[in-house]
Every structure is written in structure tokens, then in C-alpha cells.
Write a protein that binds this ligand. Sequence first.
Ligand code: 5GP
Ligand code: ZN
Length: 119
Amino acid sequence: MAGEPQADCLFCKIVKGEIPATVVRETATTLAFRDISPKAPTHVLVIPKAHYRDAASLATAEPTIAGDVLREAGEVAAQEGVDGSGYRIVLNTGEGAGQTVFHAHAHVLGGRGLEWPPG
Ligand code: 5GP
Ligand code: ZN
């Protein structure tokens, strides 16, 4: 069923505590944890606890939770002290855009200059 945990999903396993992660924030609907391979001084992933394959699928099925993810991305930026200098929220969607984990997640990147447009 839509939103149900998937046995073979890495981020569902992190939500269940089966795989450790450095959690920086948690709400009833979201989890924020440090990326295992950081691409910036601040690199945190914000995920919905429910499983959806990408951000748009999440927003279609659960717009309130999609909003929670965005709000939490902002809270993470503030907590990490990068809100003043600027940060980027990235929602890679599809293999061609670099999505490797098919459980919706927002990257929060900051703490260094961020080029525009991204590669
Ligand atoms: P994507 O490439 O799908 O947009 O982002 C997936 C992200 O998950 C990558 O930045 C990758 O470094 C991160 N990642 C992959 N495996 C793990 C893991 O086991 N733990 C954590 N914390 N991050 C992971
Ligand atoms: Zn999942």
C-alpha cells in the first residue's frame, strides 16, 4: 500500500532503526540525519517516515507531509547555522538526475559557496 515501509528500502530501515544514522531532528512524520558521504560542511537528509519513491509522489499522496519535509529542511538549516549564509534544498528525482535511493528525501546543503546552476 502507498506509504507502507518497504523491506528492501535503505531509508525505511533507518526509520525502523535497523541501520544506524546520525539523527539531527525527528518529528512524528519526518526524520533528518547526516548524509553518510557529505558533499558540503552541512549535508543533512530530511525524509518522510512513510515510503514514497520520490518527492513528487510524496506531494501527490501526502501534501501535508511534503510540507513537513520542507519545513524541517528549514529547521535543519537554522539548527546547523547555515540559514544566514544560504543553503540549498535538493530533491533528486530519477536515476538521470542522480537519485540513488528511491525513498523521497531532501538534501540540505550549506556551509560553503554553492554554484548555480548545479551540475
Ligand atoms: P540521492 O543520490 O538518491 O539523491 O541521495 C541519496 C543519498 O543517501 C546520498 O547522498 C548518499 O550519500 C546517502 N546515503 C546512502 N546510503 C546511506 C546510508 O546508509 N546512511 C546515510 N546516512 N546516508 C546514505
Ligand atoms: Zn523507504
